[in-house]
Design a protein around this ligand. Structure first.
Ligand code: P71
Length: 460
C-alpha cells in the first residue's frame, strides 16, 4: 500500500484553538515575523519540528508511572542502557537531556581549535557546537543533494572522493572524527545507504579516524535502506540498524526524534578515554551518569520508544504520511524538494516565490505567509538559518537551498489534517505573487534563526 493508514487509535485528544487571520496578523507583527515566537496555542497545524513533538504510546505512558527517581542507579537507567546497547551495540551509554548536549560533550572533549569535522551535512546545532570549539564544520554530501529535482534513492550519501581529498588536504591529525547524519536533515531528510556507510568506514579506517553517527532519525534511515537498497528487503529494521551502527565507533542521539519522546538524548561510544573525560564533564554540567539531566521516568519512556520506533507498521505509516503530503503537493505543481524525505516535506522557496530575491529571505517570507493565511507553522531552512556573513567583505553568503520545512510530528496529526495542509499550500501557491519579502532588523551572533526579527517590505 502506498499510503498505509494509521496503525493506532486515539485514546487522548488535545483540543486545538482556531484563530482568525487578524489575530495571526497581529501575532506576526508582535513576534517580529519569527515563528519561533508565536505561541503554540495560536497554531492550527504545527509543523515547526518533528523534534520532541511525538505522541507517546500507552505503553510509554505506563512506563512513566514506573519511574524510579533514585539519584544513582535508577532501574530505568538500566532498561534504557539495555535498549540502547541492543540497537546501537556500543560499549558506553551516556544519557543527556537532548541531542545538542551530547554534541557539546563530545566536541568539547575531542575537538580542538583549528581542527575540522566533516559530515554529510551538519545540522545547525552540530555546526554551532563544532564552531564553538574554534573548529571548522565541513559539509561533504554528494553534489546531487543540492539539486532539488534530482531523484535518487540515497541523496544523503557522503561524497567519498571529497572526503578523501579533505583528509589529505587537512591532515588526519586535524580531523578528530568524521560524522554521518542519518537521515540528512538539512539536505531534506534524505537517507544514507548502507553501502555508502560501509565505504566511509573503509576510507576512514585507512587513516585511523573514528566514525560517528548523528543518529536522530536512524529508524527512518533504516526503513529507507529496507525499501530501496538491494539485499535488505527481507531484513528486520533492528537487524539493519545493528549492521549500520557496527560500522561506527559511536553516536550522538536526540531521542526527541526517533526515540519517540518529548525530551531526552544520549551519547554512545566505544572509546574508554573519551568516555572518562566526557563523564567528568557530564557530572559538572548535566548530572550523574545514570540520569544525565533526565528523570527516571524519561529514561523509561526512551527505553520503550526506542523499541517501538523499529516496528515496521509504525515506520510504513510514518514515512507514508510524509510521502502523502509530498505527493499531493507535487501533483498540484507546488515546488518541493524531491524525493520526499523521511520526516518532512521541504517547499522550494526559490521556485515558489521567484519574485523575492534571496536578500529578502524568500523561505522566511513563505513560512510567514503560510501561518498568516492558514495557521500552519513550518520552519525556514535557508538564509536565516544557514546564511553567513563573509568576514572580509561583510556580504551575505547564501546557502544553496532556500526551503520551508514542514516537519511532521510522529503519531500526532491525522491524514485529514495533512490533507488540510496540502490544500492550503496549493491555494497559497495560486496567490503567491501577493507574498511580500522581508528585511532583518535584529540578529544574534550564533543560531540567529531562533531570535531574529524582521519587518515586511511593501508589496510589489
Ligand atoms: C529539528 C531539530 C530541532 C530544532 C533545531 C533547530 C531549530 C528548530 C528545531 C535537531 C537536531 C537534528 C540533528 C540532525 C542534532 C539535533 C539536535 N533538530 N542533529 O530538526 O535534526 O538535537 O534538538 O535534541 O538538541 O527540528 P536536540
Amino acid at each position: 500500500m502506498k499510503f498505509p493508514s494509521e496503525p493506532f487509535k486515539i485514546k487522548v485528544v488535545e483540543p486545538i484553538r482556531r484563530t482568525t487571520r487578524e489575530e495571526r496578523e497581529r501575532l506576526l507583527r508582535e513576534s517580529g515575523y519569527n515563528l519561533f515566537h508565536v505561541p503554540a496555542d495560536s497554531v492550527y497545524v504545527d509543523l515547526l519540528t518533528d523534534s520532541g513533538t511525538a505522541a507517546m504510546s500507552d505503553n510509554q505512558w505506563a512506563g512513566m508511572m514506573l519511574g524510579d527517581e533514585s539519584y544513582a542507579g535508577s532501574k530505568n537507567y538500566y532498561h534504557f542502557e539495555d535498549a540502547v546497547r541492543s540497537i546501537f551495540g556500543y560499549k558506553h551509554v551516556i544519557p543527556t537531556h537532548q541531542g545538542r548536549m551530547a554534541e557539546n560533550l563530545l566536541f568539547s572533549t575531542v575537538v580542538k581549535s583549528g581542527m575540522s569535522v566533516p559530515n554529510n551535512i551538519h545540522f545547525d546545532t552540530t555546526r554551532a557546537n563544532v564552531e564553538h570549539q574554534g573548529a571548522q564544520a565541513l559539509d561533504l554530501v554528494i553534489k546531487e543533494a543540492y539539486d532539488p529535482h534530482r531523484e535518487i534513492p540515497f541523496k544523503g550519501n557522503m561524497d567519498l572522493v571529497r572526503l578523501e581529498e579533505t583528509i589529505n588536504r587537512i591532515g588526519r591529525d586535524r580531523i578528530p572524527l568524521v560524522m554521518i547524519t542519518i537521515t540528512n536533515n538539512s539536505g531534506g531528510g534524505q537517507p544514507v545507504s548502507m553501502d555508502n556507510i560501509r565505504k566511509t568506514r573503509a576510507l576512514v579506517n585507512r587513516y585511523g579516524i573514528p566514525l560517528l553517527f548523528d543518529a536522530c532519525r536512524f529508524a527512518e534511515n533504516c526503513f529507507f535502506i529496507k525499501e530501496r537498497e538491494p539485499g535488505y528487503a527481507d531484513k528486520a529494521i533492528l537487524e539493519i540498524a545493528r549492521e549500520l551502527f557496527s560500522y561506527g565507533d559511536g553516536c550522538t542521539m536526540s531521542a526527541k526524534k526517533d526515540g519517540l519522546v518529548n525530551i531526552g538524548g544520549f551519547l554512545s561510544l566505544n572509546n574508554d578515554q573519551w568516555v572518562q573525560d566526557i563523564t567528568n564533564m557530564l557530572i559538572l554540567v548535566e548530572g550523574f551518569p545514570t540520569y544525565g539531566g533526565l528523570a527516571g521516568r524519561d529514561l523509561e519512556a526512551m527505553a520503550r520508544g526506542l523499541k517501538e520506533v523499529l516496528e515496521e507498521d509504525y515506520l510504513a505509516f510514518r514515512i507514508g504520511q510524509v510521502r502523502y503530503l509530498g505527493d499531493l503537493l507535487d501533483k498540484a505543481g507546488v515546488p518541493i524538494l524531491k524525493p520526499v524525505g523521511g520526516h518532512a516535506v521541504y517547499l522550494n522557496a526559490k521556485e515558489f516565490l521567484t519574485h523575492i530575491p534571496p536578500s529578502q529571505f524568500p523561505a522566511q517570507a513563505l513560512a510567514v505567509a503560510l501561518y498568516r493565511e492558514y495557521g500552519i507553522r513550518g520552519v525556514e531552512i535557508g538564509t536565516v538559518m544557514f546564511g553567513k556573513k563573509d568576514p572580509a567583505t561583510g556580504r551575505t553568503i547564501y546557502p544553496e537551498l532556500e526551503m520551508v520545512r514542514l516537519a511532521i510530528p510522529r503519531r500526532v496529526y491525522t491524514n485529514m489534517q495533512i490533507t488540510y495542509v496540502a490544500e492550503s499550500i496549493i491555494e497559497l501557491h495560486r496567490i503567491r505573487e501577493s507574498i511580500p519579502g522581508l528585511t532583518m532588523t535584529y540578529e544574534a551572533p550564533v543560531l540567529r534563526h531562533f531570535t531574529a526579527r524582521f519587518e515586511e517590505l511593501p508589496p510589489r
